[in-house]
Design a protein around this ligand. Structure first.
Ligand code: ZN
Length: 442
């Protein structure tokens, strides 16, 4: 009997306070304010969303895990650190599963973009999960209220072209809790109703009223290095791996200072300037990939580098720096009708420079009796590097420069090979294989 009374009282209390409308605060800064925006606390790394599961239930987007990793971008427009629904999507829906019902004190969202993608516009619904007809993953269409969801608030930080950092916080100042919920549903609008561009969201926090005090996000550790002639700048992001930051400072940067300008000089082409600022970022989310280059940024895998400091680490960066200098991505913007460059050429050139010019002593790209059988000139990476080295040594000392220039301009064709050697790549591949067979006495 006692129990029943208490339960009834609970319902009564809830209904009494449910009419108090949650308060939506927002703040904007047109500069890098470190996400310290007036009355909104900075993004947290130990809030209830950190261990929650985020699921996209409507629309297509980038990596939704970026929203609760406790990290924020170091600069505006940073695609790899911001979540965004894809262009063409009119926003989308995200479900947050907190794992169990908690007393939600606040829902905070943070975004950063130099233009209108900084603005946030979304509705929040919440549920405990035991509601009648509850649908945990409601697609757009029916009103979420019909599938057990309770509307909490509508957030808008103001549409328009005002870029910068935006933050919003939904709280209930009277009860200090928005309610007991396990699930949150965030329904985002595009930032511009016609263009269907979407917000660059940096982080979403859910603060548990009974949880630990929020600890702020880990600020980025960025170290900037400029070559003595001030021509090139390298920014090392060692936020998640301070020890690798020290290694980069001592071991990697001297190599980069020496080799980047040298490799730029090796790979010139008409009216081309190689990137003058390159970011080197240590990451822990590359899976089995040691490193990759995108634009003028290199992402390096922390576990791979930790295991290869005495081995392949530096050579791996040399390879990626060549990709930055190659810049074959630009062909589509400079050439109205670019021809594609085969992947084995794109990868063969960096490995040629790495294994035959940077660290030839390691003999990392040899053709041996062990790998001869499967080796083809277009096998890519080290094998293609060996082939390119053979072409350079037997036919044309200047061949890599010519091959790279053609590829960068979107003009790759058999002509490049014929003009330098009188033969096609395939014919050369056969000669190279024969030469190796002879050398290996096979
Ligand atoms: Zn590569």
């Amino acid at each position: 009997m006692k129990l029943k009374t208490r339960a009834a009282l609970g319902i009564l209390l809830t209904t009494t306070f449910v009419h108090a409308a949650p308060k939506v605060d927002f703040a904007r800064s047109q500069k890098d304010a470190g996400f310290k925006l007036n009355n909104i606390p900075p993004p947290s790394r130990n809030d209830a969303a950190t261990g929650a599961k985020f699921t996209i239930i409507d629309g297509e987007g980038s990596k939704v895990e970026l929203l609760n990793d406790g990290r924020v971008p170091a600069e505006a427009d940073e695609g790899s650190m911001n979540f965004s629904f894809k262009d063409g999507n009119d926003g989308g829906r995200i479900q947050i599963d907190l794992g169990k019902a908690i007393s939600v004190k606040a829902i905070n969202s943070y975004s950063w973009h130099s233009g209108e993608r900084s603005s946030q516009s979304y509705k929040i619904y919440a549920a405990k999960g035991d509601e009648k007809d509850f649908d945990p993953l409601p697609k757009r269409g029916p009103d979420p209220r019909t599938t057990g969801w309770k509307p909490i608030a509508k957030v808008s930080t103001g549409r328009g072209s005002q870029g910068g950092q935006h933050a919003a916080s939904v709280t209930d100042p009277r009860t200090l809790s928005l309610g007991e919920f396990r699930y949150l549903l965030l329904d985002f609008d595009a930032v511009n109703p016609d263009g269907k561009q979407n917000t660059y969201l940096s982080e979403i926090d859910v603060i548990d009223a009974k949880g630990p005090a929020p600890e702020p996000f880990v600020p980025k550790i960025l170290t900037t290095y400029q070559t003595p002639d001030k021509k090139y700048t390298f920014i090392v992001d060692s936020t998640i791996a301070p020890d690798l930051g020290k290694w980069a400072n001592k071991e990697l940067i001297p190599v980069v200072f020496e080799w980047y300008p040298k490799m730029v000089a090796m790979l010139p082409s008409d009216r081309y300037t190689a990137p003058e600022t390159v970011t080197l970022e240590f990451r822990d989310d590359l899976g089995g990939t040691p490193a990759y280059a995108i634009g003028s940024k290199i992402c390096m895998s922390v576990p791979f580098f930790n295991g290869q400091l005495e081995g392949e680490a530096k050579g791996c960066v040399i390879h990626e720096l060549v990709h930055v200098i190659q810049n074959y991505w630009r062909a589509s913007t400079t050439n109205p009708n670019p021809s594609p460059t085969p992947g084995w050429v794109t990868e063969g050139i960096p490995d040629y420079i790495r294994w035959f010019l940077f660290e030839p002593k390691l003999k990392g790209a040899e053709i041996t009796t062990g790998n001869f059988e499967g080796a083809k000139y277009d096998s890519s990476y080290r094998v293609s590097a060996n082939f390119l080295n053979w072409v350079v040594e037997t036919h044309d000392k200047d061949f890599i420069r010519k091959l790279n220039a053609a590829a960068r301009e979107g003009k790759y064709s058999e002509k490049v090979w014929k003009e330098s050697t009188g033969k096609t790549a395939e014919e050369l591949g056969k000669d190279w294989k024969d030469a190796n067979a002879k050398r290996l006495k096979l």
